[in-house]
Design a protein around this ligand. Structure first.
Ligand code: NAD
Length: 344
């Protein structure tokens, strides 16, 4: 039985307490928040768990084998490092840390201590994203030309991180997973309307090897909630709308262009307007699937899909996007894998 402690009981943490409480071979034994009010709230809902205000006390009391960190991003590195130094397995909410340098140190520490370091890129555990990956890997969509993603809503506005760091980790993690590669460069533009220096709306362009592109639009200052990711292949196209009951739709649509020719008269393109279908996807809760995967990796000694290296790669893109944001949208290069972390 793996004993879990959940740290940070604000908006998101209680969801993790609920999900871990429902996972087999795991028991939430303790919860930690520096706010006494948050502890009282959770103690009423989950009377069996031991509440602590001080993270140090949680580590020293030998009550847990693993910690789940759902505190603000700026605290992730310190809390995760301390937990790993106590030989605990660690689940950190997205993004893994504020900088790629911090992520690298966490990956190294987890390896040294032989502990699971798991990042909360929850969409990689969702059935629609698994289905999209299947569609890509099976070749049904053909060569992928681009992926675009919109994550818009009116709020919730954060003061500690921008819409880039709060929202885009989801889209970046999905794009890296679906394409199976890191981008070569990133450019980003955006605006901070509500709080100086904290961007409310951002547009990112990710350039991938092989003439592939990713476009991401995130905003908490938009009249409509949208959660749409479109994969455009040269055979078929697929749309994942997280707010639709039929979450994935595959379109047999495309444009067939003739090989490049100097003679304009010969240049005739044909449009393909085929039908569409919605493949069946399992309706499991992604957060619960994510919690189960963390426990499974601890039990079986498996490397998670959303491991520290994955967390590093997503943070690397965020960091480059932030750099681009501050230099008028100029493209910023991402280092190649062999220069990054986890290179063999
Ligand atoms: N996966 C998702 O879809 C998703 C959704 C929302 C938030 N998140 C992530 O969850 C994390 C928390 O976000 P939130 O919206 O719940 O934030 P929040 O501000 O609502 O809650 C954070 C909580 O952490 C506590 N805290 C801060 N520092 C602490 C410390 N040193 N020790 C103990 N407690 C401490 C605060 O008192 C607060 O209760 C962030 O990393 C965020 O990106 C993920």
């Amino acid at each position: 039985m793996i004993r879990v402690g959940v740290v940070g009981l604000g908006y998101w943490g209680p969801n993790l307490v609920r999900c871990f409480s429902e996972v087999d071979n795991c028991k939430v034994t303790a919860v930690c928040d520096q706010s006494y009010d948050q502890l009282l709230r959770i103690r009423d809902r989950f009377p069996g768990v031991y509440p602590v205000e001080d993270f140090g006390a949680l580590l020293d009391r030998d009550m847990v084998d693993a910690v789940v960190i759902a505190t603000p991003t700026a605290t992730h590195f310190e809390l995760a490092s301390r937990a790993l130094e106590h030989d605990l397995h660690v689940f950190v909410e997205k993004p893994l840390a504020q900088t790629s340098d911090e992520c690298r140190k966490l990956v190294e520490l987890a390896a040294e201590r032989n502990r699971v370091l798991f990042v909360g890129h929850v969409f990689l555990h969702s059935a629609p994203v698994q289905k999209l990956r299947e569609l890509i890997l099976s070749g049904e969509l053909g060569n992928i030309n681009y992926i675009s993603s919109r994550r818009l809503n009116l709020g919730p506005v954060r003061k500690d991180v921008s819409a880039l760091y709060d929202l885009a980790p989801h889209d970046i993690s999905m794009m890296l997973y679906l394409l199976g590669q890191k981008p070569e460069s990133v450019s980003c533009s955006g605006l901070a309307h509500l709080n100086a220096g904290i961007h409310d709306v951002c547009n990112l362009t990710l350039q991938f090897e092989g003439n592939r592109m990713g476009m991401i639009h995130v905003s908490w200052l938009d009249p409509r909630k949208e959660r749409v990711l479109t994969v455009v292949g040269d055979k078929k196209m697929a749309v994942y709308d997280d707010l639709d009951q039929e979450k994935i739709k595959v379109y047999d649509k495309g444009i067939n262009a003739p090989p490049p020719s100097a003679d304009f008269a010969e240049f005739q393109i044909s449009y393909r307007y085929g039908g569409s279908y919605s493949p069946w996807v399992n309706e499991r809760e992604p957060l619960k699937a994510e919690c189960m995967d963390f426990i499974r990796c601890i039990d079986d000694g498996d490397v998670p899909t959303t491991d520290g290296v994955n967390g590093f790669q997503v943070t690397e893109v965020l960091e480059a996007a932030q750099q681009s944001l501050l230099s008028d949208g100029q493209a910023v290069e991402i280092c190649r894998d062999e220069e990054g972390v986890g290179a063999g």
